[in-house]
Design a protein around this ligand. Structure first.
Ligand SMILES: Cc1cc2nc3c(=O)[nH]c(=O)nc-3n(C[C@H](O)[C@H](O)[C@H](O)COP(=O)(O)O)c2cc1C
Length: 354
């Protein structure tokens, strides 16, 4: 297919979510096919152990391209993780055909992360079934939804403890800091990362947040409970949701994480269509992955804390049965976010080769 048409589809692809809006992607059009690469310069942080967070991101990018292609009566054939180049995630080929437009297409541009407190109202009728059904359209992925208040509370506690760890452990925090844009101007200049408005911080939290620029100041604040305060804030946000949603996959294989990413995008777009606000809360799921793929990154007390957090997760989802928890989000009803993240232009991330 011609590069111009790929360019249009990639424009929808990059509206996908990525960790801290790091946009760890690169594209190339060669002999009519689209090559999608993981840009490791943008994704080398501890939470991305074994590249699993990037693979979820790429799955979401690919799903957006699939959906947008249907709008142009195109069908995409994907070859995932072709051998040879470790950064190559997929090769996509497009075919003209009698393709029905995917009903999720209008929501690609509307989907966003909403970090505001939600109003705690119960899920509207039929939402649970719609979301579970949407996740199941991607083979191998299951969605479990928790809305019973006692279970929400237990999971919210685990979310708080995982975020507390993020603010205590330097290697984890160092993954986040480069993506904070300290002013709107800075965000507009880089067209990546997250500005303070989209993090929805109160003036006092903003003041504390600025201490992230210095590990020494943060360590002092942590002596007075700074990390604990951040964890309690996440817990409160989780408890304000109508439900918490966990996507699971059968194993830890890279391909399963691409599938998880495709399902994340479909479920998120469906929730958007249903008028719901969504925020991923992935501290627990990524600590789970780090413990299995890079255990040496934890000190013995940290390892024990991760195991305690996993036990809380298993208390809420006793039927995990050896499946991998890949992605956790809260969903609910809330006013729109105060700010939206930006994307680097397609021309900066896509090259055309002869
Ligand atoms: C793998 C992955 C993990 C994420 N984890 C979190 C998280 O723990 N907390 C959060 O607030 N947002 C999380 N996000 C959301 C991103 O920060 C968000 O997608 C990005 O900033 C772009 O903004 P948008 O979703 O509004 O387009 C995650 C996204 C992805 C793809």
């Amino acid at each position: 297919m011609e590069p111009e048409r790929w360019k249009d589809l990639v424009g929808y692809g990059i509206l996908a979510p990525s960790p801290d809006n790091s946009q760890p992607w690169r594209f190339s059009v060669k002999e009519g096919a689209l090559y999608i690469f993981d840009d490791k310069r943008r994704s080398s942080f501890l939470y991305n152990a074994g590249n699993r967070a990037s693979l979820i991101t790429m799955g979401a990018v690919i799903e957006n391209i699939n959906i947008a292609a249907s709008h142009h009566s195109l069908k995409i054939d994907a070859e995932y993780l072709p051998p040879g180049d470790p950064d190559l995630v997929a090769i996509l080929k497009a075919k003209e055909g009698d393709v029905e437009e995917d009903p999720l297409f209008p929501y690609i541009e509307k989907r966003c992360t909403n970090r505001k407190p939600y109003d705690g109202r119960p899920l509207e009728a039929g939402v649970r079934e719609d979301l579970v059904e949407e996740a199941a359209t991607v083979g191998g992925v299951d969605l479990s939804i928790v809305d019973e208040r006692k279970r929400v509370s237990t999971l919210a506690k685990a979310i708080g403890r995982s975020d507390e760890m993020l603010f205590k452990k330097r290697e984890l925090l160092e993954g986040l800091i480069p993506w904070i844009r300290w002013s709107r101007e800075e965000a507009r200049m880089w067209k990546d990362g997250m500005d303070l408005d989209c993090l929805e911080l109160t003036p006092f939290q903003r003041f504390l947040f600025r201490s992230l620029k210095s590990w020494t100041i943060l360590s002092i604040l942590n002596l007075f409970g700074g990390a604990r305060f951040a964890g309690l804030h996440s817990s409160r946000l989780a408890r304000s949701a109508s439900c918490l949603c966990l996507l699971t996959i059968p194993d830890m294989e890279p391909l399963s994480f691409i599938r998880a990413g495709r399902a994340v995008e479909r479920v998120w777009l469906k929730a958007t269509a249903l008028g719901m606000a969504v925020q991923p809360m992935t501290g627990i799921t990524f600590l789970w992955i780090v413990r299995r793929l890079k255990e040496e990154a934890f000190t013995p007390p940290e390892r024990s804390e991760v195991i305690r957090i996993e036990e809380l997760l298993k208390e809420v989802f006793p039927d995990l049965d050896g499946r991998t928890p890949a992605f956790l989000m809260r969903m609910g009803y809330a006013p729109p976010p105060s700010s939206r993240t930006l994307r680097r232009d397609v021309d900066r991330v896509l090259t055309v080769e002869d």
